[in-house]
Design a binder for this molecule. Structure first.
Ligand SMILES: Nc1ncnc2c1ncn2[C@@H]1O[C@H](COP(=O)(O)OP(=O)(O)OP(=O)(O)O)[C@@H](O)[C@H]1O
Ligand SMILES: [Mg+2]
Length: 441
């Protein structure tokens, strides 16, 4: 049966050419997923076939391209297709499309894939060498094809090494990026352009599909940090924010970082302080300097310090942060640590001031970045950093903590209601009132 679906030119070989393996790679928005789904539907509508859509891990069918294919059937108004709970079938010609995770395929289950005509591996950068070695010989029917769509992750993505890096004459390898996608939305183009201007390295990886050289890309470079050491700012009217990184183990230090907007004026480092001593110091700094916020790491010993400070009535000022918790912008960052450190990087891109400190410089440039399979920024594990640096980057962590959440108060009084009152004061008065009325009961 003829089907009338427009396939973008780079993807035409999916329906017109004979190759054993067709591998498409490139950055975000290249149109790979849509085109593969459309091409699969064209092929499976024309002729009866058995197709399997694979990924490394599929915990539920929702992780797969099942929904995308169902949507494309509906967009194109294709007749005779039925969307069942775990497969999609063509009632007229008997074509079947099923969805599987490679990691759960033991040798018995994989046998059921032997009659496959087209195997589509989506997000193939996550496929392990083992999965590929089991799959390839299983797709053994004459004329069968393996379709691979991927965004390059590292130089040594197993499937890239096995298939893409040295293609033989039976393998087609095509690179497609958003600029090759005639359907690319204006919104995606704007996002891509923004990324190109802000961070060319990220752009090359996320949008142009270049692999990240794992472990070789620093989040920040020494030049940015040295620029911040040059004297330029002596005071700021922005609210004071204190970042507090609390020692976890005997050899780490507890560090307070003081920052007002573009001016980071000082670091205070303490060794071998216990929970109560750190709480006392923090109390002292709060009373003396009136910070708008103290953001503290509560992953380890910090939890105890935080409890003491809350008990002393500083709950409004003190915020506990877990480095490992979900990022505020979880589409871009794997966790808070990556998000806060990346804020330091962005901050260093402006005219900012850091106290001159070579150990701080070493710490800031010690951390390498990578991207997870969803293109989110991830930092190298702390243990790795520690091995290279010989210590934990405590000062840099304290600085990063000052970026935990935006603090909007400018520190200057603003008119509210009838009088001259700051928004913070208004809230604290309201709190006091509600407390005192509760006490009356
Ligand atoms: N045939 C099409 N018809 C309409 N829109 C399309 C088509 N192909 C692609 N697009 C648009 O382009 C966008 C990017 O396409 P797609 O998601 O397939 O890219 P991709 O290469 O798989 O990238 P990613 O790495 O983001 O998964 C889609 O969100 C959609 O808006
Ligand atoms: Mg895709």
């Amino acid at each position: 049966m003829q089907v009338n679906i427009q396939i973008a030119r780079p993807f035409l070989p999916l329906i017109t050419k004979k190759y054993r393996i067709k591998l498409y790679y490139g950055g975000r928005g290249g149109g790979k997923s849509y085109a593969f789904a459309d091409a699969l539907l064209v092929r499976a509508t024309r002729k009866k076939l058995f197709a399997v859509c694979l990924r490394e891990v599929q915990e539920s069918i929702r992780d797969s391209v099942y929904k995308l294919i169902a949507d494309r059937i509906s967009v194109h108004g294709l007749p005779n297709w039925q969307i069942k709970a775990d497969e999609i079938i063509n009632l007229k010609n008997g074509s079947r499309i099923v969805f599987k995770g490679l990691r759960d395929q033991d040798p018995q289950k994989i046998k059921s894939l032997e009659g496959t005509d087209i195997a589509w591996i989506e997000e193939a950068q996550t496929i392990t060498k083992k999965s590929w070695e089991i799959l390839e010989p299983t797709i053994r029917k004459d004329g069968s094809e393996i379709w691979i769509s991927m965004n390059r992750e590292a130089e040594n993505d197993p499937i890239w090494v096995a298939v893409g890096s040295h293609p033989d004459e039976r393998t087609l390898v095509v690179k497609v990026n958003y600029c090759d996608n005639p359907f690319c939305s204006e919104e995606l183009k704007i996002q891509a352009e923004k990324s190109r201007q802000q961070n060319p390295e990220d752009y090359a990886h996320i949008w142009l599909g270049e692999p990240v050289r794992q472990g070789h890309t620093k989040l920040m470079n020494a030049e940015m940090v040295r620029r911040a050491f040059e004297a330029k700012i002596i005071s700021s009217t922005s609210p004071l924010i204190i970042g507090l990184d609390i020692a976890r183990f005997g050899d780490d230090s507890t560090v307070f970082c003081f920052r007002k907007g573009r001016l980071c004026s000082r670091f205070e480092v303490y060794n071998q302080y216990d929970t109560v001593e750190v709480a006392n110091l923090t109390t002292h700094f709060i009373q003396q300097y009136h910070p708008a916020r103290v953001f503290m790491d509560i992953g380890g010993q910090g939890a105890g310090v935080y409890d003491i400070l809350k008990d002393r009535g500083y709950g409004r000022i003190v915020r506990g942060i877990y480095f490992g918790e979900k990022a505020i912008n979880s589409d871009r960052y794997t966790n808070r640590r990556a998000e806060m450190w990346d804020s330091v990087r962005a901050w260093l891109g402006e005219a900012v001031q850091l106290p001159y400190d070579e150990s701080l410089l070493d710490e800031l440039v010690s951390v390498n970045k990578k991207y997870d399979k969803m293109g989110r920024l991830q930092l190298e594990e702390k243990e790795e950093v520690k091995k290279r640096l010989g210590r934990s980057p405590d000062k840099a962590d304290a600085l990063a903590l000052t970026f935990a959440e935006p603090v909007y108060d400018t520190g200057e009084d603003t008119f509210y209601g009838n009088g001259r009152i700051t928004i913070e004061k208004m809230f604290s008065d309201a709190n006091r009132l509600s407390h005192s009325s509760r006490n009356e009961w």
